[in-house]
Design a binder for this molecule. Sequence first.
Ligand code: ADP
Length: 263
Amino acid sequence: MITLGIDIGSTTSKCVLMSGGEQIIASSLRIGGLGTEGPAEALSDLWDRADIAPSDVSRTIVTGYGRNKYEGADGEVSELTCHALGGRFIFPDLRTLIDIGGQDAKIISLSEAGRMSNFVMNDKCAAGTGRFLDVMAGILRMDIDELDECAAQSVSPASISSTCTVFAESEVISQLANGVSRPDLVAGICESVASRVSALARRAGVVPRVCMSGGVAKNGAVRKALSESLGVDIDFDPMAQYFGAIGAALYAHRQLQKLSDNK
Ligand code: ADP
């Protein structure tokens, strides 16, 4: 049975095709979330990559910020449920998931059996989300993917004292004008995101095994700073940005199984 999970985020659309609820057979990602061509482009890319046709898909579940407005799925499920399912699929003994997306950050606590036992979320303030990194990368005229490598060259990370993105933006501009090096500034920016999210994580409680998901998980400097601040190892998988879509495809598979059990 082939299932499709679609995660329409605030900034990025992700799709994952799974076979039998066990194997990921194709994935695609396009910048652009709700209200853009992102979801359609991600799907079109998926069909180009996959060796199967849309008619081969038995069930489609959509999740993410834009899930309520999407009409091409058989059902919709919350991001929290999907991220927890996706995280546990990749790391079967996962207990704490730290998800940093384009416009929010969430900490999801899981019981030993994998049930969500608690969650804490910041969706009110851009600091501590991908938005903060997007704004800062824009000021430094860098691609978001370049921040990681640049931060690794830092000698003495800059201190970004403002907790508000707008004030931090002015602070970065003035530090840049005062000759602070780009690597030090970028390292300070990554540490600032980590420090916001670690405060959130402490509120939720951090039990190993811990992993990160969402687009910001791809930034090793944020992962390292977060790990140091929380005093735990933080695992990362290259599919981190797809956890929601993986969870949606798994949820679709579970629903199919239930339907066939009830027959
Ligand atoms: P959403 O589901 O809200 O759209 P995602 O989990 O897809 O969020 O993550 C999108 C965010 O991840 C964006 O803010 C983007 O800038 C950030 N991002 C993507 N790639 C990287 C990277 N290599 N390093 C840091 N941040 C990244």
